[in-house]
Design a protein around this ligand. Structure first.
Ligand code: UD1
Ligand code: CA
Length: 457
């Protein structure tokens, strides 16, 4: 039977107290809805419908180009009403899987199990918590069969004591769902058309309601508040940390690492506390990352050490390099083997050859630096003239004295020595010392200025 997925994502998320539509709030750097879509996609359905309403344009814009079928719910009259907007697009014989856009961590495995158990009836996902505050409670009859779901706001105290709660995920045949949905009314505390009423209606009509229980509650937990979002973020990150540890990565603290993307590590990689990895990051064997570093789309080759407080972005780092503390690699930084980039050094769109060093306070932008070059403290490339960018070439074995100002376009030929404090605006000859600064003079008959004495009257 063809599978069609409907994701309910039209709600505002009042409890977030945010101008951003709830499903665009992020876990691990990606919108909640993106996580749900991923889970749906892994089931290879015929179609994924997203019911949007509140902040609809913004939500759609976040997923341009994605193969999704957008269905508008002009007024948010409840989850049942939301599903009703999508059903006309789905063939009657199809199996419909309904997902809540604010339940981001559900695993494909659980959904597959749900689809297997749905059969001809209805299947729902539930979980258990000692106090499932806010969630719909699952009511069962004396024989343990599911009778209905009662929303927290409508539940009597005895019902609120029930530990089993509905996770906002169900599956069933499209035609039968449409029939049950037609009977849903809005006589409840919130005056909404609850999708959860479908369960009671189906059970009353004799349709079997089967249950798939999620053992770990956070897999199916919903995000309704910033607090719940923060808890799920940690749960997600902790799961990633465990995977890294299992793969042999040494984490200083499994609660203090954030992976917002894909982190691939070689053998014996060591990661200190409070590091953030974004996009695609690849760390080679024995790479060590110091505390409080941020790496975004970076490749680091074996045996390189990144010291504390470094920010590396869209960069490639060779083997055996020493980066930081307080280094900044900006997009297009490519370092060869054994390069040293020290504190307060910024590299942008530049290649640095093997064994070269810039150990303190330097800026290299749009530069081509050869091998074994020493860049003195305070040296900068003046790559920008206010209108366009120009390149600086520093060939192999150059020594750039401290505080040199290299005005691009300029070429420092092989083996050049540049005197400290020079402003270099012309190409230099190979193997010579170039000094471009005022000569030092001392005035022997100089005397210090004296204060004028006040005149007496
Ligand atoms: C819902 C369930 C509750 C369950 C919980 C699990 C209902 C009535 N209640 O409650 O039993 O325990 O999820 O997380 O279904 N939405 C729309 N249109 C609407 C209203 C909501 O698209 O008119 C969307 C929301 O954007 C959200 C999802 O449906 O993604 C769930 O809505 P929400 O208001 O968060 O329902 P809960 O109160 O959490
Ligand atoms: Ca919710």
């Amino acid at each position: 039977m063809p599978l069609h997925v409907v994701i309910l994502a039209a709600g505002q998320g009042k409890r977030m107290h945010s101008a951003l539509p709830k499903v665009l709030h992020r876990i691990a750097g990606r919108p909640l809805l993106a996580h749900v879509i991923d889970a749906a996609r892994s089931l290879k359905p015929e179609r994924i419908c997203v019911v949007h309403g509140h902040g609809g344009a913004e939500v759609k814009a976040a997923f341009v180009g994605a193969p999704l079928d957008w269905v508008a719910q002009a007024q948010q009259l409840g989850t049942g009403h939301a599903l009703l907007q999508a059903l006309p697009r789905i063939p009657r014989s199809a199996t419909v899987l309904v997902l809540n856009g604010d339940v981001p961590l559900v695993r494909a495995q659980t959904l597959r199990k749900l689809l297997r158990t749905a059969g001809k009836g209805l299947a729902i996902v539930t979980s258990e918590l000692s106090d499932p505050e806010g969630y719909g409670r699952v009511l069962r009859d004396a024989r343990g069969r599911v009778k209905s779901i009662v929303e927290h706001k409508d539940a009597k105290p005895a019902q609120r004591a029930i530990r089993e709660w509905y996770a906002g995920i169900l599956a069933g045949n499209a035609a039968r769902l449409a029939g049950w949905l037609a009977k849903v009314a809005n006589r409840n505390t919130q005056q909404e058309y609850y999708l959860t009423d479908v369960i009671g209606i189906a059970a009353a009509s004799g349709a079997p309601v089967s249950v798939v229980k999620a053992v770990v509650a956070h897999e199916v937990a919903g995000v309704n508040s910033r607090h719940e979002l923060a808890i799920l973020e940690r749960a997600y990150q902790n799961a990633q940390a465990k995977k890294l540890l299992e793969a042999g990565v040494a984490l200083a603290d499994l609660w203090r690492v954030d992976v917002r993307g894909e982190l691939t590590c070689g053998q014996d990689v060591v990661i200190d506390v409070n590091c953030v990895f974004e996009g695609r990051v690849k760390l080679g064997d024995r790479v060590r990352i110091g505390p409080n570093c941020v790496l975004r789309n970076v490749k680091v080759a074996a045996d390189t050490e990144v010291h504390a407080f470094s920010l590396l972005e869209d960069a490639e780092i060779g083997a055996g390099c020493r980066i930081g503390p307080y280094a900044r690699l900006r997009p297009g930084a490519k370092l060869g083997k054994g390069v040293h980039i020290g504190n307060f050094v910024e590299i942008k769109a530049s290649r640095i050859g093997a064994g070269s060093k810039a150990n303190h306070l330097a800026y290299l932008g749009d530069a081509e630096v050869g091998a074994r070059v020493n860049i003195g403290a305070g040296t900068i490339t003046c790559n920008y003239d206010g209108a366009s960018k120009h390149r600086t070439v520093i060939e192999d074995d150059c020594f750039i004295g401290s505080d040199a100002t290299l005005v691009a376009p300029v070429r420092i030929a092989k083996g050049s020595y540049i005197g400290a404090g020079s402003t270099i605006s012309k190409d230099t000859p190979a193997g010579q010392l170039t000094v471009a600064r005022a000569r030092q003079v001392s005035l022997p008959r100089w005397s210090p200025p004296r204060k004028k004495t006040a005149r007496t009257k």
